[in-house]
Design a protein around this ligand. Sequence first.
Ligand code: GLU
Length: 419
Amino acid sequence: VDPISRILETVHRELAGERGGALADYIPELAGADPDRFGLAVAGVHGTVYRAGDAGEFTIQSVSKPFVLGLALAELGLEAVLARVSAEPSGEPFNAVSLEPGTGRPANPMINAGALLTTSLVPGPGPAERFARILAALSAFAGRPLTVDEATYASEHATGDRNRALAHLMRAAGALTEPVDEVVDTYFRQCAVLVTVADLATMAATLANGGVNPRTGTRVVGERAAGHVLTVMATCGMYDYSGEWLLRVGLPAKSGVSGCVIAASPAQFGIGIFSPPVDERGTSVRAVLAARRLSEAFDLDLVRHPGLSAPVLRRREDTVPATVLDLQGELDFAAAESVLADLLALPAARPLVLDLTAVSRIRPVAAGLLTATLADLARAGVSTALVGSDTGVLTGGRWFPRRADALAWTTTTTNGGRT
Ligand code: GLU
C-alpha cells in the first residue's frame, strides 16, 4: 500500500468510531442510509485515485452545485451568470430565503435558491435537454457515465416544497424566468445523481486541474470557469460554516446533505469524503473532521504562507567582459522583482549574460517585468545574452542555447555597443 492510501486508511480508522450527527430526514429516502458507511478518496492531478473505506454509490445532492455552476459559466460566461446569481456568502443555511430585495436575485450559487437559478441557466431548449447536459457534464467531471437514483429523486420530488417555494419566490420577483416545475424537477434529478468517493475526488481534481479531468484527459470546462467555481466554493461552499471552514481546513469545498464533501487544492489534488450523519448545518460530521486531518497531513492550506523558496539569483560573476547572472527556480512576481534590483544596478557599458538554464518556469508577469527591464538596459547601452531555450515569452536579449556561445558573443559586442 502506498503512503497516501495509508494516510487515508489511518484517518478512516481513527474516525470510524465517531458517533456525532444524525441522518438527514427531510428527504425521506436519505433517512434510510446506513450511518456507518464512511469512505475517503484523493485524486491527484496526474490521474491516480487513492481510496479508503466505503467505495459504493450515494446521491451527490448539493455537491452537484459547483459543477452545474461550472457548466453555466462555461456556456454563458461570468458576467451573464453573475447578472442572475450573486456571489456573496449568505451566512445562512442551505435552504434560506437569501434573495436580493426587489430583484429576487439569490445570494450565491451554492445555496439552494442560487443553485435552482443556476440550473435554470443551463441551455435547454427544454427540461429534458437541460438535464441531459447536466448529466453529461457531471459524468465528464467524474470520467464515467453517471446515473440517477430514481428512489431518491422521487422522494425529494414528493416532499421538496421548500425548494418549490424558493423557486416560486424567485419567479414572482422576475429572477427566475423558466417554469418553476421544470426547474425544480431538473434540480431534484441533478441532486439524485449517484457517485462514489472516487468520482467526487476526480470531479474535485478536475476543478483543481484547471478544468481538465486528470483521469480521462478531457477538458470539461475552461481554466477560468474552473477557477471561478473554486472561488465561489471557498467563500460560499459550506453555507454558514464557510468562514470557519476556510480558517480550519483552508481549501475550497462543498458539502451535500447525503453526507458527502469535496475539497480541492489548486494544481494539487481533489478530495471526496462520504459519511451520512450530518450536523445541524447539513454537513457530514466525519467528513469535516477527516478534511481537517487531510488538510494538515498534506500541508496544503490555501492561504498559509508557502515558505520562502530558494533565492532566484543562484550566482553572480562580474568578470570581464560581462556580468553573468545565473537564475534558478520558478520566476514569479517576487522572483522577478528581486532580480530587477540587481539588473537596475548594473554598470552601464558592460554586456549582461542572463543564464536561465536552471529556471523551471517563467510566469507571464515575470516575463513582462524582465522584458521591460532588458529593453531599458538596452537603451542605457547594456546588451543582453540570454542562455536557455527561447520559448518566446522573454524578449529583449539574444538567445543562446549554450552559455559558452553567449560569453563568446559578449566579447564581440563593443563596449556599451549593440550588435
Ligand atoms: N437536494 C437537497 C436540497 O435541495 C440538497 C441540499 C444539500 O445537499 O445541502 O434540499
